[in-house]
Write a protein that binds this ligand. Structure first.
Ligand code: SAH
Length: 190
């Protein structure tokens, strides 16, 4: 089997973009912690002077992420068992980056998926919380039931964001079959 090294997963491509954007000391949000890979990535990047707020609605996600951050001895992460649509209740400062990884938690119950009626309010609140020149990234998966509806709602909202205030960019695989994931990046203009 041939294996891609650099651009096989949108979550990896996202790191290429975020490499120079997320800096030591930054406060950032992982809006969908899932198994915690992005949480750990962000926590290492922002370092001990920074902070990661990570959200998920499933206990399993918090357990899985908690194990990883303990193993990595990261103390700059707050794990929050609540929906990202409530992020403004917990995050009181402006942040430089917010990461969404939509869909379902791999290997867990596939019924628990992100849905547009909470994803969109979360994106709106997140955009309010972003600092000037802050970045929101959204990995979108449309292959599962409900995924296409969410993807369309996210596009409908983000493509109408005023270009005087936001840059919205899409990265997608154009030669893959079966609804490949896509990555949206939104920059709040300074
Ligand atoms: N599809 C990705 C993983 C997405 S994980 C992949 O294949 O790599 C998405 C996570 O979002 C899940 O852990 C799920 O529990 C969580 N989630 C669902 N609704 C949420 C909400 N309202 N707020 C925060 N997290 C939510």
């Amino acid at each position: 089997m041939l294996r891609a090294k650099y651009i096989n997963k949108v979550t990896e491509v996202n790191k290429i973009y975020l490499e120079d954007i997320v800096k030591e000391g930054d406060v950032v949000v992982d809006a969908t912690m899932g198994n915690g890979y992005d949480t750990v990535y962000l926590a290492k990047k922002v370092g001990s002077q920074g902070k990661v707020y990570a959200f998920d609605v499933q206990e399993e996600a918090l357990k899985s992420t908690s194990k990883k951050i303990t193993k990595e001895q990261l103390e700059n992460v707050e794990l929050i068992l609540d929906g990202h649509e409530n992020m403004d209740k917990y995050v009181k400062e402006q942040v430089s980056c917010i990461v969404f990884n939509l869909g379902y938690l791999p290997r867990a119950k596939h019924q628990i998926i992100t849905k547009s009626d909470t994803t969109l309010p979360a994106i709106k609140k997140g955009l309010d919380l972003l600092k000037p020149n802050g970045i929101m990234s959204i990995a979108i998966y449309s292959g599962h039931e409900g995924g296409m509806e969410e993807k369309e709602a996210v596009y409908e909202f983000t493509k109408n964001l005023d270009q005087n205030y936001f840059n919205v960019m899409c990265t997608k695989f154009i030669n893959q079959v079966n609804n490949p994931p896509e990555l949206l990046l939104i920059e709040k203009k300074g």
